[in-house]
Design a protein around this ligand. Structure first.
Ligand SMILES: Cc1cc2nc3c(=O)[nH]c(=O)nc-3n(C[C@H](O)[C@H](O)[C@H](O)COP(=O)(O)OP(=O)(O)OC[C@H]3O[C@@H](n4cnc5c(N)ncnc54)[C@H](O)[C@@H]3O)c2cc1C
Length: 402
């Protein structure tokens, strides 16, 4: 299906972007592979677009073809590579790229399958999820992703790439870092949640789990427990300790509530959700550099602690080679302490920092990509001059630069 002349602003959650003269939406995986393969072979510029929730698209017309990834399908597949006992406890899903990520999470939660419940409410498509290894509230795609089916731009071949070969890291992957291609589908391994009686779970958390949509397997009297809660704010909101499990639907509802309070779920009635989510990633710096920052600046270790080794009695320990440890800083803290608060806007601009979350840049109505970029650059400059830290944008910049 081809749409002539479409405003890219209508296809992105930031609602900015110039006109595209050709937009195609192939309906099946085979049609998608063929369409993208032919476009690449023709030398035309191609923009792959899922939900448009992680892009900043420039104001100029896009001189190429936009391929909207809308292919659907969730299949339960066998995982023959796993031992039988592991197989029993694992659900392997193959999901076509155009499926909505949050609809997938809702479906897995309704079925009591755990592993992505804390990723509830993240907008966009399943095909884009590996691009920046989506993550939130203590879970990341990398912990469940098995492989991606991939049409490689360089070879023109479709291959299955194991997750281990994708360099998945904090909001990054080989695919974001330059390996060009089309994610056709993804495969995930989820765990069968430990069953718990529905009545018992109601006593612990007042969340109705029987409101699941009708795509779920019937679970009349039982529900499942989530994966261990791995994020302090989420544990606090659930009233449990870190590491505890809760009924999986309760975890999803609580994540959605927390996200809504920060403008981090798409909501037509919330102007703070007209964004690309977090606009900057949390910077990663050396521990030495971080020492020079104010004591109050939050920081988390990135590298694992060195392993403990047991030396035989009398052995002389060899000194460990000196190495620099990396720490992750809070971009939100740095921005706020550089003097840019929630709701901040430059004079005359229609771009503003979200009134609920310092990390999100929002379009307050009619903003251009240039206005979003101007605000982003201003924030980068303030943080650089105050703390000497360079903030990097999280969304993919298309037809524009900061
Ligand atoms: C309100 C809000 C909250 C958010 N919260 C989070 C969060 O908590 N955690 C998080 O990690 N992200 C978050 N995001 C960012 C975003 O939702 C995710 O990155 C999401 O995975 C993007 O999916 P998409 O389909 O919208 O991608 P798009 O924006 O359409 O595309 C993003 C990039 O992926 C490429 N791409 C898209 N589909 C494919 C494909 N099939 N094959 C190859 N390349 C492809 C595009 O060309 C582009 O470069 C948030 C965004 C918003 C608006």
């Amino acid at each position: 299906m081809t749409d002539p002349t479409v405003r890219l602003a209508d296809l992105t959650t930031l609602r900015v972007g110039g006109t595209a003269h050709t937009v195609v939406s192939p309906a099946t995986p085979q049609e998608l592979i063929e369409a993208v393969g032919e476009l690449w072979a023709s030398g035309e510029e191609v923009l792959l677009l899922g939900g448009g929730s992680n892009v900043l698209v420039g104001d100029d017309d896009f001189d190429g073809t936009v391929v909207r990834v809308v292919t659907r399908g969730i299949d339960r597949v066998s995982s023959t590579s796993m031992p039988d006992d592991a197989d029993d406890a694992t659900v392997r899903l193959r999901v076509q790229a155009g499926e909505s990520w949050d609809a997938l999470v809702a479906y897995t939660v309704a079925n009591g399958w755990t592993g992505i419940e804390a990723l509830s409410g993240i907008p966009g498509s399943c095909g884009a999820a590996p691009i920046q290894n989506i993550g939130a509230y203590g879970q990341e795609l990398s912990s469940v992703l098995v492989s991606v089916e991939f049409l490689d731009y360089l070879t023109g071949e479709v291959e299955r790439i194991p997750a281990a070969d994708l360099d998945l890291g904090y909001r990054t992957s080989a695919l974001k870092a330059g390996r060009e291609g089309l994610v056709v589908s993804i495969e995930l391994d989820l765990a069968l949640g430990e069953p718990v009686a529905l009545e018992a779970s109601r006593g612990r958390h007042a969340i109705a789990v029987d409101e699941a949509d009708d795509t779920s397997d019937p679970m009349p009297a039982m529900t499942a427990l989530s994966a261990p809660v791995a994020y302090a704010q989420l544990a606090g909101a659930l009233g449990v300790d870190l590491g505890q499990r809760v009924p999986i639907a309760a975890l999803r509802e609580t994540v959605l509530r927390l996200r809504a309070s920060k403008g981090m779920v798409l909501d037509a009635n919330d102007p703070d959700s007209v964004s690309a989510g977090s606009f900057f990633t949390n910077p990663i710096v050396t521990e030495n550099f971080a020492r020079a920052l104010p004591e109050a600046a939050p920081r988390w270790p990135v590298d694992p602690e060195p392993e403990t080794t047991v030396l035989p009695l009398g052995a002389v320990p060899t000194p460990a080679p000196a190495r620099e440890y990396l720490v992750k800083l809070s971009a939100a803290w740095l921005i706020e302490h550089a003097g840019v608060g929630r709701g901040f806007t430059l004079p005359g601009s229609r771009a503003a920092v979200s009134s609920k979350h310092t990390l999100a840049l929002t379009n307050r109505g009619g903003a251009t990509a240039a206005e979003i970029s101007e605000l982003a650059r201003y924030i980068q400059t303030r943080v650089m001059s105050e703390f000497g830290v360079r903030l990097h944008p999280e969304p993919v910049l298309v037809n524009t630069a900061l």
